[in-house]
Design a binder for this molecule. Structure first.
Ligand code: G6P
Length: 593
């Protein structure tokens, strides 16, 4: 959601804050701001991107400061609603990620006590509460203020004349970066990678007091120790490396990501985790996630059902949280790239609360999901910066394939074939990437349309959903993913020469009905692009155009098909001149419900 950064050390804070904010923009980018403290606090903020703020900014003198990139929840993106927010006297500045649920009541109360508010945000109550409780000790005032607050928060507090940063979290991520005569506080690792690879993950309820050479963490008024972690991501991993967009870099990294993610496991006889649900101790499986991770979960359903023959339900975590659910003998997997998606975390907590074992699949070491789940498997995708998920999705699929194969009930020959097929996937994905010229051509063609349908069947139905999601989120073309057989139950009314249909054709039992669906679409006059395996000659007769993908076992077809659709979405958005890495209204990490 929002990105936050704090710096305290022996250097000028402003350039460090701005550079860290630019690394955090993927968390939110409708406005941004910084506050720097020397004799007093100076704040500069606006409804602009970080680069524009940096251009407009005068040199603010000071070696301690905080910064924020915003993804608006309360109040439109505007200068006054941008963070940092201040108390009445402008002595206390706060940046916040999360939502204060009871802010309206607190605001009324504080106004009644004489406090002046200027913004529409929920955040603004925090500096006023700290001001109200301050009696000479900042951390105690923060602690008292947070006792009044209901909701989620990661905050950094700066006070004039106090050479320290006070940081606190509940249900929103926050880390402390350890430097040499300088320290950092941030919502996410990429923000501080230029300066340090040593981090401490704060836990819910922690209050960190950070000076240039000390870090003290308090919890319920007592000092606690937190482990230091070393980050293995490099600065280069989090930079564009010559690519125009992070998204293209991340798409192209997928062969390596597959190798790295699979590389941790030697043989299927050595399962990545000991999972009761996979061993047969439980009767069904639930896979929960949001966004693209939910599409990976939906593909996971087909993989696990085919290889393990147990019933699996894949559900968006945001919906699952409101189901009446009978949980007997179910094991759960929660998939989340960031490990911080609010709905997914809520689902994990709910499941754990009723004794259901949860395995988290996440890309971020030390993320909240990894800490609250019973077990965790890490994808090895490296930092994913572009808002639209690409390589993290593929890495999630790799974990699902490997897990299912580890516990598979298929015969030994089929198992050997599948393992071989999995090991060949980096090369197959590379072939898709090498075929991008043809995809570029179709992207150019697609970029002129307003509405597009993606259709798939079976394990490629979620691929159609993911293909449509990629296209709509970065190119702003209205795109719908549909189960191919359902198209005739309504969407046919929309088909015609101005509505292209992209059909994903797999070499499994869905192929024949899919060819029928393609004929039906063609009869309604829609231009049809097929994504099909090389050597499928029949499809060339039927479709207007074909994006060919290399031959793989149908179980792995979602991988090559999705990569082709990622490229199609990327180049379509590029032809349309869209801000690909930072689509409007979106954020990489959605830490509110
Ligand atoms: C946001 C991102 C998506 C992502 C989804 C779930 O909407 O823009 O790319 O798929 O959140 O995120 P998670 O970190 O839980 O996988």
């Amino acid at each position: 959601m929002c990105g936050i950064i704090g710096y305290i050390g022996d250097k000028q804070a402003q350039p460090i804050l701005l550079s860290s904010l630019s690394r955090l923009e993927y968390r939110g980018y409708d406005s941004c701001g910084i506050a720097v403290s020397s004799s007093g606090i100076e704040v500069y903020k606006d409804a602009v991107r970080v680069a524009e703020l940096a251009k407009a900014l005068l040199q603010l003198d000071g070696t301690v400061g905080i910064g924020h990139t915003r993804w608006a929840t309360h109040g439109e993106p505007s200068q006054v609603n941008a963070h940092p927010h201040l108390d009445c006297n402008g002595n206390i500045a706060v940046v916040h990620n999360g939502i204060i649920n009871n802010f309206q009541r607190l605001k009324r109360q504080l106004i009644g006590e004489g406090h002046n508010f200027v913004s529409e945000t929920d955040t603004e109550v925090i500096p006023h509460l700290i001001e109200k409780h301050y009696d000479g000790n900042l951390e105690k005032a923060v602690e008292a203020a947070l006792r009044d607050v209901e909701g989620s928060y990661a905050i950094i507090v700066l006070m004039a004349g106090e050479p320290k940063l006070v940081a606190a979290r509940k249900d929103s991520p926050l880390i402390i970066g350890i430097g040499d005569r300088e320290n950092f506080v941030a919502s996410d690792v990429p923000a501080i990678l230029d300066y340090t690879d040593r981090v401490i993950y704060l836990e819910d309820g922690d209050i960190g007091v950070v000076t240039p050479d000390s870090i003290k963490i308090r919890r319920h008024g007592k000092e606690v120790q937190r482990e230091e972690h070393k980050i293995s991501w490099s600065v280069e991993d989090a930079q564009k490396g010559g690519y125009e967009h992070f998204m293209l870099k991340e798409i192209r990294e997928q062969p390596k990501v597959i190798r790295d993610t699979l590389g941790g496991w030697v043989s299927v006889a050595e399962p990545a985790v000991d999972l009761a649900v996979m061993r047969g101790g439980l009767e069904s499986m639930l896979i929960l996630a949001c966004g693209s991770s939910y599409h990976a979960a939906s593909i996971g359903k087909y993989i696990v059902e085919e290889l393990l023959s147990i019933p699996v339900r894949a559900e968006p975590a945001s919906e699952f949280n409101y189901f009446t659910w009978t949980l007997a003998k179910t094991g759960a997997i929660a998939i989340t790239q960031s490990g911080e998606t609010a709905d997914t975390l809520k689902a994990i907590r709910r499941l754990k609360g009723v004794g259901c074992p949860v395995l988290a699949i996440t890309n971020v070491v030390g993320s909240t999901a990894s800490r609250i789940a019973d077990q965790t498997i890490y994808t090895r995708a490296g930092p994913e910066i572009s808002v639209a998920a690409t390589k993290s999705f593929t890495a999630q699929l790799m974990v699902l394939y490997w897990l299912a194969l580890s516990y598979s009930k298929v015969d030994i020959r089929r198992l050997a074939d599948l393992i071989m097929g999995l090991r060949q996937l980096p090369g197959k994905v590379q072939q898709v990437l090498d075929n991008e010229d043809i995809i570029l051509e179709y992207a150019n063609y697609l970029s002129r349309y307003k509405d597009v349908f993606f259709i798939g069947r079976g394990i490629n139905f979620p691929v159609a959903l993911e293909g449509a999601l990629k296209l709509k989120e970065i190119s702003y073309i209205h795109a719908e993913g549909y189960a191919a057989g359902e198209l005739k139950h309504g969407p046919f009314a929309l088909l015609g020469s101005d509505t292209p249909v992209i059909a994903i054709v797999a070499q499994d039992n869905t192929r024949e009905p899919m060819l029928t669906n393609i004929r039906e679409v063609k009869a309604r006059g829609s231009p049809l692009i097929a994504v099909a395996e090389e050597g499928d000659e029949a499809i060339k007769e039927l479709a207007d155009s074909v994006i060919t993908v290399p031959r793989v076992d149908a179980l792995f077809s979602p991988v090559v098909n999705t990569v082709a659709l990622q490229l199609l979405a990327y180049y379509t958005a590029k032809y349309r001149g869209c801000p690909i890495d930072f689509p409007r209204n979106l954020a990489k990490s959605v830490t509110v419900e």
